[in-house]
Design a binder for this molecule. Structure first.
Ligand code: BGC
Length: 672
């Protein structure tokens, strides 16, 4: 029996054994001494409305960062935007400022009125949270209930409401589910990525949300990582091109356009380069990036530079560490590098409860993170305590007022540039876009372009429309499996039969493309191959997973030992060998279709299959797979991630060159 992993929530079990944390000072480098709190609001009691803020003319690296951004990008912080932001900041009390620095899980709100009472700046659904019926309309109503509470505050500063729309607005039933990024990376088509994210932005905006926690700008080096599929690939140039294309797509309604979607590239920086054994439960996710700074800059920084240059106004900081220092505590990477050197004028958002992984008690964690350069803190709960803490840290001079003002300036700048102040109340007019035909057409094209042909002996592909085809493998008939993690819930779902994911399974796509649906038969275990069948299609798959639950020390269909998978999540359910055995017994040419979030070891299966196709996690449009298998579209994808040859070559990447992959980065066959 197959394991079902429908996660409905997430614990805060991310508290890890703590690595060494470097204390850093406000707006400076590690080792600087925090200065005294500026006069004026230093008692933390909140300044009077209308009184000038002590930090209005902030100086130092943070102010320099704004200047650098203006010089580097010519905006978006134009004088008019800056004047508007300064005008608002100058009127704000300390309570209003600290409220802006909070992004809270809406499920943790004691009451919606707390949005008004505490001047909250941003909300998110945690990864497992959704309205009861999870329809686009229900999400729109939810966003609609938040908005007036923010507008009821004295300065009527609008909220940012974010969601993990990492492959379409896939949390929402009925949305278009696009291929995960590893597949889009294989397309090598940035215009496609822009089109995908423009469509995603339209679906997210239609339900009244204003930020997507994407694109993923990680440069995934290690296929054992459970987030490999979220990365566009192992090469920094590829990742940079695709990240820029994605930011452009998300924000393509135009700077200042009403209702524009804010991109939030993540996870800054080095999350794709952590070492096995340093992560959650002894895995790799959230671990330590143990490389020289030169390599960090050459491999992991470029996609973030590309994002900044493309106009990203928010960046999410990684849970991971760099040589033992948590990124959330690193003034070097947060203040000096991204804000200073790269001229990032937007705001740095923490990952979910990430500051609680820092050393010390809550106040020390908050001081470390804010002084290092985090501007907005994403949290599951505890916002009332956070406000009290930060006010006393400011009163004590531990967190300088100038740092608070810089953080709030950056948040307000992003809100102004995104047009949130001008945006009208969400209206149901856009809901027709969610899962609409135009977006599904883009998704189907994205599936076609992301497929990679790894082997094709005797031209077994393309299939003939008139061929009798026997399909096996439960992943052929499961919208949840083909969509992967971050679909409906955090860990994704497995579904057979009716699914709230609206789309076409791979099996249904094949049946719809054949001359007659009856020509394509299916048995999940490969036990039924009708006589007269000329070719078999076997779908091997990973059960959906997300984050550290996808870490595995051995990405192999033969790996059924949870000892290899630190979280115990069942990624490989052990059915593969039996299905392949049954199908090979039919003695017909076989096509292997891989529905996986990473290159999975297949060396023991290669000789049994005439053709092998990496389909990644294609999402809701299974017809895109059928289009290519039947030759209506050609294979054009090439690998975005090197393929391990066997257990001794894990992990394998083209960086550094010289590894011994089964299929190299950039490999991909075509039809003649
Ligand atoms: C993940 C982020 C995600 C955030 C909000 C975190 O656990 O690392 O990628 O955006 O949760 O759901």
């Amino acid at each position: 029996m197959r394991a079902v992993h429908a996660q409905t929530g997430r614990s805060s079990l991310l508290a890890l054994p703590l690595l060494v944390v470097t204390q850093v000072a406000a707006c400076g480098s590690p080792g600087d001494t925090p200065g005294p709190a500026p006069a004026g609001d230093g008692d933390g009691s909140g300044q009077e409305a209308g009184a000038p803020s002590a930090g209005d003319d902030s100086t130092g690296p943070a102010a320099d960062a704004g200047d650098a951004a203006r010089e580097a990008t010519g905006g978006p912080d134009t004088p008019a935007v800056e004047a508007r932001v300064a005008g608002l900041l100058g009127q704000m009390t300390l309570d209003e400022k600290v409220g802006q620095m909070i992004m809270v899980d809406y499920g943790s709100l004691a009451s919606l009125d707390d949005i008004t009472t505490y001047f909250l700046g941003a909300l998110l659904p945690n990864a497992g949270e959704a309205p009861a019926d999870n329809t686009p309309r229900a999400w729109l109503d939810l966003a609609g209930s938040f908005r007036p509470k923010a507008l009821a505050t004295r300065l009527a500063i609008p909220l940012i409401v974010g969601i993990d729309a990492v492959h379409g607005d896939a949390k929402v039933a009925g949305a278009t589910v696009f291929p995960h990024s590893i597949g889009l990376g294989c397309s090598r088509d940035p215009a496609l990525v822009t089109a995908v994210e423009r469509a995603t932005a339209a679906e997210v905006r239609a339900m009244g949300f204003t930020m997507s926690f994407s694109p993923d700008a990680d440069v995934g080096q290690d296929e054992r990582w459970g987030r490999t599929y979220e990365s566009f690939g192992e090469d920094p140039t590829l990742a940079s091109t695709m990240v820029a294309a994605a930011v452009t797509g998300y924000q393509s309604a135009g700077p200042g356009a009403s209702g524009a979607l804010l991109a939030c590239p993540k996870h800054y920086a080095g999350a794709g380069g952590t070492s096995w054994g340093t992560g959650v439960m002894g895995g790799i996710d959230q671990g330590d990036t143990q490389i020289a700074e030169a390599e960090m800059r050459a491999v992991h920084l470029p996609p973030f530079k590309a994002a900044v240059d493309a106009g990203a106004m928010a960046i999410m900081v990684s849970y991971s560490s760099f040589n033992g220092t948590k990124m959330s505590a690193s003034g070097h990477w947060l203040t000096d590098v991204v804000k200073g050197e790269l001229g990032f004028a937007g705001f740095l958002l923490s990952d979910f409860d990430a500051i609680r992984q820092l050393a010390g008690g809550s106040q020390q964690q908050e001081a470390t993170a804010i002084n290092a350069g985090l501007d907005m803190i994403m949290m599951s709960n505890g916002y009332v305590e956070f406000i009290a803490d930060v006010k006393s840290l400011v009163a004590a001079g531990t967190v300088p007022m100038a740092r608070i003002d810089d953080a709030v300036t950056r948040i307000l700048r992003a809100k102004v540039v995104a047009g949130l102040f001008e945006a009208n109340a969400p209206d149901p007019g856009g809901l027709a876009d969610v899962g609409g035909a135009a977006h599904r057409t883009i998704a189907r094209q994205a599936v076609q372009e992301s497929l990679v042909l790894l082997k094709n002996d005797n031209h077994v592909l393309p299939l003939s429309r008139s061929a009798h085809v026997a399909v096996a493998g439960p992943g052929a008939d499961d919208l949840g499996v083909q969509s992967g993690g971050w679909t409906l819930g955090w860990q994704g779902v497995t579904e057979t039969g009716a699914s709230p994911i609206a789309g076409t399974t791979i099996l249904a796509g094949l049946q719809a493309t054949a001359s007659s649906p009856a020509l394509v038969t299916y048995s999940w275990d490969g036990s039924q191959v009708p006589s007269g069948t000329s070719v078999g299609v076997v779908v091997l798959y990973e059960n959906p997973y997300a984050e550290f639950e996808g870490d595995t020390n051995d990405p192999s269909f033969a790996n059924t030992s949870s000892a290899q998978d630190p979280s115990g999540h069942v990624i490989y359910d052990g059915l593969a060998a039996g299905i392949v055995r049954q199908m090979t017994a039919a003695k017909i040419p076989l096509v292997l279709v891989l529905v996986t979030g990473r290159p999975v070891r297949i060396e023991s299966y290669l000789s049994q299959f005439s053709a092998v196709v990496a389909a990644w996690l294609p999402g809701s449009e299974g017809e895109g797979v059928a289009d290519v298998l039947y030759g209506d579209a050609k294979f054009s994808g090439v690998l975005s991630k090197s393929w391990p040859r066997d257990a001794t070559t894990l992990p394998v990447s083209s960086l550094p060159p010289g590894g011994d992959p089964l299929f190299a980065y950039g490999f991909g066959l075509g039809y003649p």
